[in-house]
Every structure is written in structure tokens, then in C-alpha cells.
Design a protein around this ligand. Structure first.
Ligand SMILES: [Zn+2]
Ligand SMILES: [Zn+2]
Length: 221
């Protein structure tokens, strides 16, 4: 598996282009916008984008989904159905943040905890990690020891929980009970900012690290 991170939208959201080096089949995780940059990166590596994967339906992650799916005629997988209300509000999210061309859409496949998504030889396990949004999912490759976690966890921080459907305790549970058990050596691509490992966050994250019992009550992004 190979991957490149393309920061998109004014929120500098980490859109990931992930591909199978044998077949050159690719998936785009969280095409929030700036589709021409994503397509140029795919073209440069001569990739065939086969599907769009969504961690959650906030506009900086999902705003370009309808346009990209229509243009490429590819299926959308994810997020969990708990984020349907965010997808239904995509045009309003677009107007609020001044994003062009933000249409709502219906995923071809809603994802559940324990599902598997595949393209080429790449296989991701799906973890349902609510808290930032109710339908947030995370994509994990155990053999590659890498996870794409959207806005659940960041290097040194956690996702905001003050949006509709957000819940702080639920988010802490998702991180501690679903992500950290995957292993200290698993690297993760967050929705914003630099990569880190679950081990580093378990040791030093001020919200979910081993040193905090309850954690403090603020998050970012
Ligand atoms: Zn978000
Ligand atoms: Zn975000």
C-alpha cells in the first residue's frame, strides 16, 4: 500500500490518496474539496481511482464527494449512517463556509464497525468511532500498521465535540477502547496536522493519554 496526503480546503484537511502498487487501484479518503489537486496527484502516479471513502460528513472532509463521484463514476463507501444528517445538510454547510459545489449525496455503502473495504490488494478494517460525529469511522490497515482517523484524534489533541451529535465521553471511549488497542506502533493520519502514533498519544496526549484520568474538556478541529 502507498499513500500521499493532500491538504485540501481552507481547513487544510488531510485528504489521503491511497493505492495498491501492484494494480494501481486507488481510493480517495475524505475529498473535502480542491478536486483538481487530488486528480493531478492520481494522474501523476498513473492511478485509477476506484472508490471514495469517507471518515465522516463534515464539509472539509466530504464537501467534494458528490462532484468527484459524479465525475469519476465511482462508489462512495462510508461513513456510518449516523452521519446522514450531516450529508443531508451538505448544501447548508457549503453556504455557511463559502464552499462551492457542495451537493448532498447518498453513499453506495454505509459502513459498520467490523466491515472491510477493499481496492486492489489494499484492505482496510472499519472501526466505528463516534464522538466527534455520531457516524465517524476510521480505516485501519493492520499489516501496514497505519490508520486514517479523520477528526477523532490528532497529534496532541482530540476532535471537537461541540457540534450537533458530538459527545465528549463517547469520543474518549472511541479513542481508548477502539484505537489504542490496535497497538502503540500504529501510525495514524489525522484529519488535520501532522501524523503521530497511538503509542505517542497514549503516552503524552493531554486529553486521552495515560496521565489523564478524565481528560480535560476541550478539543480542536
Ligand atoms: Zn470533522
Ligand atoms: Zn476536519
Amino acid at each position: 500500500m502507498r499513500a500521499t496526503i493532500i491538504p485540501v480546503t481552507p481547513f487544510q484537511q488531510n485528504c489521503s490518496l491511497v493505492w495498491c502498487p501492484r494494480t494501481l487501484s486507488a481510493a480517495v479518503i475524505d475529498p473535502g474539496g480542491d478536486l483538481e489537486q487530488i486528480l493531478a496527484a492520481a494522474q501523476e502516479e498513473k492511478l485509477r481511482i476506484e472508490k471514495i471513502l469517507l471518515t465522516h460528513a463534515h464539509i472539509d472532509h466530504a464537501g467534494g464527494t458528490a462532484a468527484l463521484a459524479t465525475q469519476l463514476q465511482v462508489p462512495v463507501e462510508g461513513p456510518h449512517v449516523g452521519d446522514k444528517f450531516w450529508i443531508d445538510q451538505m448544501p447548508e454547510q457549503g453556504r455557511t463556509f463559502g464552499f462551492p459545489r457542495c451537493e448532498s449525496f447518498t453513499p453506495d455503502r454505509w459502513l459498520e464497525d467490523g466491515d472491510v473495504v477493499q481496492f486492489g490488494d489494499v484492505r482496510f478494517d472499519v472501526k466505528h468511532c463516534p464522538g466527534h460525529t455520531p457516524g465517524h469511522v476510521v480505516f485501519v490497515s493492520p499489516p501496514q500498521k497505519v490508520a486514517f482517523v479523520g477528526d477523532v484524534l490528532f497529534a496532541g489533541s482530540i476532535g471537537r465535540t461541540d457540534f450537533p451529535g458530538g459527545d465528549y465521553d463517547t469520543l474518549i471511549h472511541s479513542i481508548r477502547d477502539k484505537l489504542f488497542p490496535l497497538g502503540d506502533d500504529v501510525r495514524f493520519v489525522p484529519g488535520h496536522g501532522p501524523m503521530s502514533t497511538f503509542g505517542d498519544e497514549r503516552r503524552s496526549n493531554p486529553f486521552v493519554g495515560d496521565a489523564v484520568a478524565g481528560g480535560s474538556r476541550r478539543g480542536a478541529s
